[in-house]
Design a protein. Structure first.
Length: 383
């Protein structure tokens, strides 16, 4: 026998054009919180009265505390009675920084709630919909679920896996090189592609590189999108032998923007003290991709943008831990002696190669951006 939630999903899968229009608006509102909600999800809400008039709308910002539903209900006032609530994620049913949104919706006299997906947060996970239904509210779940999943892919992955969503970003030549034989890599792509990279940095909680990239490029790794963000972009370096220079840009700015270096237990103790004096946090122990992600997950970092180099890219791909990949391809040819974008993946046959799906292609000046998803290890950890 189907549960009430399963029945509501079947009912909402297709949806009518009016429902889709209002849900699109709720998703667009939610997207306005990018960079401003972590560790919370992106949520947008629309309250529509019985005449099809929008009487309230809102989206969540972590700093403003209030949830999207509360903001929309406050705008609607008495006009919320008998209205429909379109919300981009299941309303919360627990006390956190705010009271449950389900209580607010019930008190306001909402007649119908339309939402695309269940919130996998263990404190919610269907309880919100169940409370609404128990109060006699018509609940429909499933409309534009794919779009809602994509919008909150960082949050949803983190809640299911307890480790960050991993997005691999690389800039390379037509022949797949990220640097010349001398190590020169500036600039392979043009200004448009580089501006897009800062947009990617803006929506992630952390950015990660290997020690080789840190030494060769001496990058700053900051979010220079010019957009406001709620949390600082945490800069992470995988540096087994602790080779990072205390005079590097990362070390010089560590007190202003966090830097975490992962190194092996046997790393140089004098270098460790020198880096820590600069404000860098040095984590000693297991530097494998999974161990690093699990440690970042314990810090409630929901997403990581990997920006190189080739060895780190290969390690995370071989471990099946990359969820999404973006390649910026410039119309230049470097040659066989250049540094390949990705380290050895041990593919003996073409059919063994890693293939992206749901691929999107954009152009930035003369450069091409190719983004797609990977079939990463998506099973929750054992209890």
């Amino acid at each position: 026998m189907k549960t009430e939630i399963e029945k509501s999903k079947l009912k909402a899968e297709e949806g009518n054009s009016v429902d889709r229009r209002f849900m699109r608006r709720a998703l667009d509102l939610a997207a306005r919180g990018r960079g401003l909600t972590s560790p919370n999800p992106l949520v947008g809400c629309i309250i529509v009265d019985e005449h099809g008039v929008v009487v309230g709308e809102g989206f969540h910002l972590y700093a403003q505390v209030k949830h999207a539903e509360t903001i929309a209900l406050e705008q609607a006032g008495e006009r919320a009675r008998g209205a429909t609530c379109y919300v981009s994620l299941e309303p919360c049913a627990h006390y956190g920084r705010t009271p449950p949104c389900t209580d607010a919706l019930i008190r306001a006299g909402i007649r119908r709630v339309v939402a695309p997906i269940v919130d996998p947060n263990p404190l919610v996970a269907g309880r919100g919909f169940a409370q609404l239904q128990a109060a006699g509210i018509d609940v429909e779940v499933g409309l534009m679920a794919r779009e809602a999943e994509r919008l909150n892919e960082h949050y949803l992955h983190y809640m299911r896996m307890r480790r960050p969503f991993v997005h691999l970003k690389l800039a390379c030549s037509l022949d797949g090189k990220i640097a010349t034989r001398s190590g020169d890599a500036r600039w392979i792509t043009g200004e448009g592609a580089r501006a897009r990279v800062h947009e990617l940095r803006h929506v992630h909680d952390a950015i990660l590189i290997g020690a080789g990239t840190a030494l060769a490029d001496d990058p700053l790794l900051t979010d220079r999108s010019g957009l406001e963000r709620h949390r600082p972009l945490v800069r992470v370096v995988l540096d087994e032998e602790l080779r990072l220079d205390a005079r590097s840009k990362l070390a010089q700015t560590a007190r202003a923007v966090p830097v975490i270096v992962f190194a092996r237990t046997c790393a140089d103790s004098a270098r460790r003290r020198e880096l820590e004096e600069r404000g860098i946090e040095v984590v000693l122990g297991d530097t494998s991709p999974l161990a690093v992600l699990e440690e970042l997950g314990r810090r409630k970092l929901q997403s990581v943008l990997i920006e190189g180099g080739s060895n780190v890219a290969g390690q995370f791909l071989n471990a099946g831990l990359v969820n999404k990949a973006t390649f910026f391809i410039a119309p230049i040819i470097i040659g066989a002696e250049g540094l390949s974008a990705v380290g050895n993946l041990h593919a003996e046959r073409v059919m063994d190669a890693i293939r992206l799906h749901d691929v999107a292609i954009e152009r930035h000046g003369e450069d091409i951006e190719v983004t797609g998803y990977l079939k990463a290890a998506d099973q929750p950890p054992a209890a």
